[in-house]
Write a protein that binds this ligand. Structure first.
Ligand SMILES: *Cc1c(COP(=O)(O)O)cnc(C)c1O
Length: 209
């Protein structure tokens, strides 16, 4: 890992947000090294890597599932699933309810930029979706997640993060537990922090290429 970068980001974050070290391209040993450097939140987007990192890391580490999860695969991660950043279908919530004996903190993934390649709900569909999944006791929607558009245009990126924050503010009036914003990756986390991110997901910046 790049410990200097991690410590620098930690200072920039200044307790505003939780730093998730995305270890999806890295080994268990790399993740343990990050743990020793102080990292307590890890992100994985594949079932195997997720369960493997969970098994290897000490219990006080959180391992977040940040990738797309098919509903039929929910049972393969459920024992380790405490944070899901990609809730976008009711079938996933239904499976969580079916298989879980604990609460799962979920972020609804929102496709703010509207790019076809991106996962997530349209912003205008989020409110109905929250209402629908609120009947599942083990599904605790705590926030929203988005990915920045593929562009170098800083204002375009900022606008996407800003829209997610505004959507969160709007939902919060009705659903008081929706408070978190999972947004910002290695190339755009500074903009995300300026727009109110409470979880940033950093791969290359702190784990290295
Ligand atoms: C890989 C990944 C990241 C981290 O990407 P970097 O650009 O390496 O920081 C963040 N979020 C998700 C959902 C990812 O898949």
């Amino acid at each position: 890992m790049n410990k200097d970068n991690y410590l620098k980001v930690k200072e920039e974050v200044n307790n505003q947000a939780t730093i998730i070290a995305v270890t999806k391209y890295h080994t268990v040993e790399d993740a343990l090294e990050a743990y020793d450097a102080g990292v307590r939140d890890f992100g994985e987007n594949r079932i195997e890597g997720f369960n493997e990192k969970r098994a290897a890391l000490p219990q006080d580490a959180n391992v977040h599932f940040i990738g797309t999860l098919q509903s039929r695969k929910v049972k393969d991660v459920i024992d380790n699933l405490y944070y899901l950043h990609s809730l976008e279908r009711e079938s996933i919530a239904k499976r969580i309810e079916q298989y879980s004996s604990h609460d799962v903190k979920c972020f609804i993934q929102v496709n703010v930029s509207g790019e076809e390649t991106k996962h997530g709900l349209k912003p205008e569909d989020v409110k109905d979706f929250v209402t629908k999944v609120s009947k599942y006791d083990h599904v605790k929607v705590i926030g929203l997640m988005t990915m920045a558009p593929e562009t170098d245009n800083v204002e375009e990126i900022r606008n996407v993060f800003k829209q997610l924050r505004e959507l969160r503010d709007d939902l919060q009036k009705e659903f008081k537990d929706i408070i978190e914003l999972s947004m910002g990756m290695s190339n755009d986390y500074k903009i995300a922090l300026e727009e109110g991110a409470t979880f940033i997901r950093l791969g290359s910046k702190i784990m290295g290429k």
